[in-house]
Design a protein. Structure first.
Lengths: 977, 509
């Protein structure tokens, strides 16, 4: 610092500096406000200064109000910038000024590719060998240990995978909601390389599915992509509701069935059964499944399962234990070092076979009265011993046992708690789940071997074309065909990745493909789009392995083509082979009967909600949406839990807005229980045509046959007639003159032309056939009672007068009239309402059974069966309950039984609601429970209100004046007209 | 017995109108304002005047016509049976007699028409002022509420008076004015400034063509909606206001409440002063289901419901372009007043866009469920098909707002082409396609169809439009008049035919 430029206080006293210091400038200007601070404030505004300088120089008197001390915002920022001054805090205190970036997280994801016991390249190489691939779905009842079983497979292949001791990780339950609820919601696939008993590696594509009956639709989607299933059965609980249903479904889908009896530890630790009884229990389960299989397969040679055949394995996934007879036999041979033939030994380990230690031979007769069956002696007793030693006396007996078996544990390991110890012991003792892999490899065909079956069951096109041949051969060189059944949302839940199976050809990343939707047919090619595939992955639940190409036989997760896919799709390459048709849409084993109406809290957010609705529709296979004419947006699902999950996704994942939900209701149906009391006729508005019809109920079981597509309208007349003649005793004439099913091609109503050629001009009538069918379809789609579909109803055309001139019998005249006459015939045939019924299976301890009955009776339910479960203190109660009264049933049940009862319910059938819906003498008072005979009326009126219809059915609307006169003449008591 | 299924119009024909005591003893002079009618006719030097009456006033028509004839010295014409809604001026009917002007009696939607000079006589309904004011005061608690006063055209004569009295109670009340379209005759400029119009209560001095009117009113800070305008004080927005509607329950109220569905409407009955507060949110939300219907449909019909409202041709052209741009097909139909049997003759069409005046374009569900299901408004079509037209709670019934210069106009060039997008339909739960395919194959087919000449014989028709109207046409039993047939050679002599109306001729019954 130059000392003489500053005074003793450090102030500058030197010559004037040539800097643009504002202080100095202003001083020079003789600016009024000499305060340096003040100038520093507005020094960045030269224009402003200039103005003031001028004012100063004019020395004019400036009025107080004209004085401008500070520049206005416009002066500072220019005219283009809008300035807002807020005096109050518009932002609430709780809201941060700078919002942190919001990260949406709905699922567990691995950050990096985890380390696996095999090379990823090896996995990819295996994909090229279809004979080494197995596509398997794990199915079974709720909490029978499917997801935990997958955990064991993961821990064997992912060395870094650690399970927590208290609760299993459930690797395939990727969604946060799944782990919170403690049950699987979505079917999740995982691909692993696993060795079989001979240490040969196979590529196992495993689909872990939810066990709750509400989510059976996910199972259906998973099964479509698989060649076989492993049915999980809890050893203690035995065959349960969903076990049965899924078994039936798998048989219907023509999949190979194998069984895994899981949780065998429960027999030892929880039920404490002696080994002999444990064997009986296991045998009972096997027999039960066999009898079910016999029932579901009415072929000559039904599928049989037995441990002896190798398609049953035993497991305790919690303790990492899994074996088949063969893999246990291998243990013996390894331990004793004998080279015994595994197959032969395994064959002697189940059934009434005993080992005679003296002769060292197996025999069918017990050598001594105390002798145990070989399964007990060689398998169960050693396991019991292990469990007993670990649970009972770790310090004294376990080391000896370990020495015998040649198992080593570090000090630290042996100090673990019991559960961890059993698990570790079993891992070391039994080893990998070779038995399971062996079972899958032996009894579930490879994609190549199952190709023909798969194509026959799922493909709509002809089977004798070259293309079908390629699919059956699972040919990676053939034309590309991919079948997709599920969509998984991406991390941010903005778009979907599509999951499917390559049936023929090879799918490459960034390839142009043609996506065919469910509406696509060779005639109507509207529902198809050309899109570009993005990346491809192998889906591994919590991580994905990116691949460049996926050959036939494999599962693949596809990016970038979700836009046009709603539920399932068929994907081909370009140019599309002209003959390709689509795969059948999924055929579910349950119905969506629960309805909720949703509405945004803020009406202007409707578009957002609609967007969300479209997305949940994609993500749930059986979910369907409806927009009522009253503008109500309705979601249809299978049950309460299902709807709860849908609403969670809708509110949190896909639309992020507040949504109001109306009380849940159910779908109804309308039906008749009698034949129309008189012939109903109606004239067209131009009075030149007259149609006469009557309505009557269908034969029992026929509606289900039509819905199950056991009989189809597009069969030729002869075959159709034969079906009705033989199965339902129709006369030849009626059977040959079936015009239509309705409302759709598989709707449970029939339109029959019952006119006689001598009375009616058949050629004229056939001229308006399409119009009458349309009127019938329209009428059955929304019945006259409350615009719900008509069911179980046969409409007969008895007479028809049709105008000769085409002009006078146009659709405009005939269609509404046909509908009107169908309605009047319906109303004259004692109309009734039908409601869906649930089948409920309840498990409860004996002392709770009576309270279960109480709860059921309160809700119009009735018990069909109530029996103790063999080998457990529980009772199983089977009951029917109306779906509309089932809301909150589970909670109610648990409350009445102190949480000891557990139930599952699933749609079973339609049943007539008691009471006459048209009885006007019934007064429905608000907030009062109605007696049974008033229910039909109540349901009808409430449904009408919800739909914005007039309170009561105006019968007159459907009857012509002459018809009403006719009614009066015949003195028909139309008490509700 | 009116029924939704038998909507042949019989009911209208058989309805007895004659003994309407309300108008039997009325004063022609007062109700039909004969004085101002005569003045208007004489001033305009009109020679042939059509008198248009709605159905309920038809009984009074002869008397009015007689009175006018005697005063004018030449005949006037009664236009019965309006082609479309009776709220619009039926110019087509007027042209049948070659009328050079029309006097429209009764309620009017005030949609501007193009061709003829029109005088609106709203006819008056009784208003119990005290009851109205009392009723409103009882319902609206906060005296400082921002209110806009709207009213039915039939209450127009007294609206100012009521509003001024109300303003004493509610200081923040503003009154809306009717925009009464009147025809500007270029040859007769002086006519516009004629002071005589001012004493005729029905013309509030708002002259000039409608375009001028609305642009002028916007300049003056007016906000125009549904044939009305209101001047909002500065720094206030419409959102802050609630509405009062004085008049009988009518489609006007429905339209208004749907247009401002977020605001509360206090509907006051002029006869007994009963007040109901209503909002249109429910109706707007209910109609949202239609958007999905429009998106799902493959063939859209354009139903012409007016031949009088200005710009109807422009909107039809615009709708055609929009429908084409998203890869759907459109056909235009003129069926007069639509009803269910008429529309059922065209089963191929999934949904109809109803081009008509704001009030007739809304069909309420209670009145005709079958029609309600099939008809949508042009605005709804644009929301469904045009990505840029956003859905909102302000339901636009006036199609003129969608055109260039309107408040709801969105840009759309002639060569507009939407990229194909697919989505999930909430009605069918299947894929829903919107937009044109970027498919060269398709393009080729299209250009082929339009570019080359094809010999039009019957079999080729369906070949040209595969899957379209050609196929449907072929399937029909009656395909219309065949131009290739030779004209009939011997035309008979003219004989007297049936008498009566088409639904039932005299001789038939």
């Amino acid at each position: 610092m130059d000392a003489d430029l500053y005074d003793e206080f450090g102030n500058y006293i030197g010559p004037e500096l040539d800097s643009d210091d504002d202080d100095d400038d202003d001083e020079e200007d003789g600016y009024q406000d000499n305060d340096g601070d003040m100038n520093g404030y507005d020094d960045d505004d030269d224009a402003q200064q200039g103005d003031e300088e001028e004012e100063v120089s004019t020395q004019a008197v400036v009025l107080h109000e004209d004085k401008q001390y500070y520049p206005s915002a416009m002066d500072v920022y220019g005219p283009d910038v809008e300035t807002i001054v807020q005096e109050e805090d518009a932002q609430p205190l709780t809201q941060p000024i700078i919002q942190p970036v919001k990260v949406k997280k709905f699922s567990h994801v691995e950050k990096d590719l985890p380390i696996t016991s095999y090379q990823m390249e090896f996995l990819a190489d295996l994909m090229d060998a279809p004979c080494l691939i197995r596509n398997v779905s794990l199915i079974g009842h709720l909490h029978h240990g499917k997801s935990t079983f997958v955990d064991c497979l993961i821990s064997q292949t992912h060395p870094e995978f650690r399970t927590k001791e208290e609760a299993p990780v459930r690797y395939t339950d990727t969604l946060l909601t799944e782990s919170e609820r403690g049950l699987s919601i979505k079917a999740t696939p995982i691909t692993l390389v696993l060795p079989d008993v001979r240490n040969k590696s196979y590529l196992m594509n495993i689909y872990d599915t939810p066990g709750h009956v509400n989510f059976s639709d996910e199972v259906t989607a998973a099964m479509r992509l698989s060649d076989g299933v492993v049915l999980f059965v809890d050893a203690a609980e035995g065959v349960m509701l969903n076990t049965q249903r899924l078994l039936k479904h798998a048989v219907q889908e023509k999949l190979a069935v194998t069984i895994c009896i899981n949780k065998i530890d429960r027999l030892m630790l929880e039920l404490k059964l002696p080994p002999q009884d444990a064997y009986y229990k296991l045998r009972h389960i096997v027999e039960e499944i066999n009898s079910l299989l016999l029932q579901y397969t009415d072929q000559e040679n039904p599928t049989v399962i037995s441990p002896l055949l190798g398609n049953v394995c035993f497991a305790s996934s919690q303790h990492s234990l899994c074996f088949t007879l063969k893999s246990f036999a291998k243990l013996y041979s390894q331990h004793y070092g004998y080279d015994i033939p595994l197959e032969d030994f395994a064959r002697r380990l189940w059934g009434d076979i005993y080992f005679n230690p003296r002769t060292r031979k197996f025999s069918k007769k017990p050598p001594t009265s105390t002798a145990q069956r070989s399964f007990v002696e060689f398998i169960l007793e050693p396991l019991y011993k292990i469990f007993a030693h670990i649970v009972g006396d770790v310090d004294t007996h376990l080391p000896g046992l370990m020495e015998d078996l040649g198992i080593h544990m570090s000090k630290e390991e042996s100090r673990m708690n019991i559960r961890g110890l059993i698990k570790l012991f079993m891992t070391k003792f039994i080893g990998d789940f070779e038995g399971f892999v062996d079972m899958c490899v032996e009894h579930i065909p490879s994609p190549q071997a199952n190709g023909r079956q798969k194509v026959e069951v799922t493909y709509t096109g002809p089977l004798d074309t070259e293309l079908s041949e390629n699919m059956m051969q699972c040919d990676p060189e053939g034309p590309l065909v991919v079948h997709t059944t599920k969509q998984y949302p991406n991390q941010e839940a903005t778009t979907f990745h599509v999951f499917g199976r390559v049936l023929s050809g090879t799918l490459h990343a960034n390839q142009d493909v043609r996506v065919l939707g469910e509406k696509y047919t060779l005639m109507d090619e509207e529902d198809s789009r050309i899109l570009t595939v993005g990346r491809l992955w192998i889906y591994e639940a919590r991580y994905n392995i990116e691949v460049n190409a996926v050959p036939a036989g494999n599962w693949v997760l596809i990016e970038g083509i979700d836009e046009s896919i709603v539920k399932t799709a068929t994907i081909t390459d370009l140019p599309p082979s002209s003959e390709l048709q689509i795969f059948r849409p999924l055929k579910f084993n349950t119905h969506s009967v629960i309805k909720i109406a949703v509405e945004p809290v803020n009406p202007s957010e409707l578009p957002k909600m609609l967007d969300g609705l479209r997305k949940v529709n994609k993500s749930y296979p059986l979910l369907s949406n409806k927009v009522e004419e009253s503008g109500e947006h309705v979601i249809l699902g299978t049950g309460e839990l299902y709807m709860d999950c849908v609403m969670h996704d809708l509110r949190k994942m896909y639309s992020e807005i507040d949504i109001k939900v109306a009380d849940p209701v159910v779908s109804f149906c309308e039906t008749v229980v009698d034949t129309s009391s008189l012939k109903c006729f109606a004239e067209t508005p131009n009075k030149r045509n007259k149609i006469t019809m009557i309505a009557e109920p269908l034969e029992r079981g026929l509606a289900e046959d039509i819905e199950g597509e056991i009989v189809q309208i597009n069969w030729d007349r002869r075959r159709l007639g034969e079906f009705f003649q033989t199965r339902y005793d129709w006369d030849l004439l009626a059977a040959r003159s079936i015009w239509a099913f309705g409302p759709d091609h598989s709707g449970p109503n029939i339109l029959v032309d019952d006119t006689l050629p001598s009375e009616v001009d058949k050629t004229l009538l056939s001229g308006v056939r399409d119009s009458i069918v349309q009127g019938f379809q329209w009428g059955t789609r929304e019945g006259p009672l409350c615009e719900e579909p008509i069911r179980n109803c046969k409409f007969k055309i008895l007479d028809a007068v049709i105008a000769g001139e085409p002009l006078h019998r146009g659709g405009g005249q005939v269609i509404p009239t046909a509908r009107r006459v169908a309605y009047s015939a319906f109303l004259m045939a004692t109309p009734r309402l039908m409601e869906p019924y649930y089948f409920v299976e309840i498990q409860a301890p004996a002392d709770c059974v009576s309270s279960v009955y109480t709860v059921l009776t309160k809700r119009r339910g009735h018990v069909t069966q109530d029996a103790p479960v063999a080998g457990s203190p529980l009772y199983t109660i089977k009951a029917f309950i109306p779906a509309i009264d089932s809301f909150g049933f589970e909670t109610d049940l648990r409350m009445h039984t102190q949480g000891q009862a557990f139930c599952l319910s699933v749609f079973h059938h339609w049943q007539i609601v008691p009471g006459d819906p048209l009885d006007k003498s019934i007064v429905i008072r608000p907030l009062e429970p109605q007696p049974a005979t008033h229910l039909a009326r109540e349901f009808m009126i409430k449904t009408r209100r919800r739909k914005g219809l007039s309170e009561d059915v105006s019968i007159n609307k459907f009857f012509d004046d002459p018809m009403l006169l006719e009614l009066a003449r015949q003195d028909v008591t139309l008490n509700y007209a | 017995m009116t029924s939704a299924f038998d909507n042949s119009g019989e009911a209208v024909i058989e309805r007895t109108i004659g003994s309407n005591s309300k108008y039997s003893s009325y004063n022609l002079e007062l109700n039909f304002e004969l004085e101002s009618c005569v003045k208007w006719i004489l001033d305009g030097q009109f020679k042939k005047v059509g008198l248009q009456f709605p159905d309920e006033l038809l009984t009074a028509a002869p008397a009015v016509a007689r009175a006018l004839t005697s005063k004018l010295g030449f005949h006037v014409y009664i236009l019965g049976d309006t082609t479309y809604g009776s709220c619009c001026v039926d110019e087509v009917a007027a042209e049948h007699v070659g009328a050079d002007s029309v006097i429209h009696y009764g309620r009017a939607c005030l949609s501007p028409s193009r061709r003829l000079p029109v005088l609106y006589i709203f006819t008056q309904i009784a208003v119990d002022e005290d009851a109205v004011i009392e009723g409103l005061c009882r319902t609206i608690d906060d005296l400082n509420t921002n209110l806009i006063f709207t009213y039915d055209a039939q209450c127009f004569y007294i609206a100012d008076k009521v509003a001024n009295r109300l303003r004493e109670k509610f200081p923040r009340l503003i009154i809306s004015e009717l925009i009464i379209p009147s025809y500007e005759r270029k040859v007769n400029k002086s006519f516009i400034n004629d002071s005589s119009l001012e004493d005729g209560k029905n013309c509030n001095g708002e002259n000039g063509s409608i375009d001028n009117a609305s642009s002028v009113s916007e300049k003056e800070g007016y906000f125009a909606f549904n044939g009305r305008k209101v001047k909002l004080p500065e720094n206030t927005t419409l959102q802050e206001y609630q509405f009062i509607y004085m008049g009988p329950e009518s489609l006007t109220l429905t339209c208004l409440s749907m247009r401002f569905s977020q605001q509360v409407f206090y509907h006051v009955n002029p006869v007994d002063g009963k007040v109901q507060s209503i909002t249109g949110v429910k109706s707007v939300m209910n109609r949202s289901a239609k958007l999905e219907l429009a998106k799902d449909s493959e063939i859209i019909g354009i139903l012409v419901g007016t031949l009088g409202v200005a710009d109807y041709r422009n909107i039809i052209n615009r709708i055609k372009t929009i429908i084409k741009s998203v890869g759907k097909k459109s056909y235009t139909f003129v069926v007069g007043k639509p009803n269910e049997p008429k529309l059922a003759n065209i089963p191929e069409v999934d949904v109809f866009v109803y081009v008509s005046c704001p009030e007739t374009s809304i069909v309420e569900r209670q009145t005709d469920p079958a029609l309600y299901r099939k008809l949508i408004t042009p605005w709804e079509l644009e929301v469904a098909l045009l990505g840029d037209q956003e859905w909102s709670l302000n339901f636009e019934t006036d199609f003129r707002q969608l055109l260039l210069g309107g408040s709801r106009h969105v840009e759309m060039s002639e060569k507009y082409k939407t990229e194909e997008t697919a989505n999930v339909s909430l009605l069918t739960n299947k894929t829903q396609m919107l937009g044109l395919r970027n498919d060269t194959d398709m393009d080729a087919r299209l250009s082929n169809a339009s570019g080359t000449m094809v010999l039009a014989d019957g079999s080729n028709m369906s070949l040209i439009h595969v899957g379209g109207g050609g196929e449907a046409l072929k399937g029909k039993s009656w395909q219309g008049l065949d131009p290739s047939l030779p004209a009939p050679v011997n035309l008979g002599t003219v004989v007297e035919g049936f008498k009566g109306i088409a639904a039932g001729y005299d001789r038939e019954t």
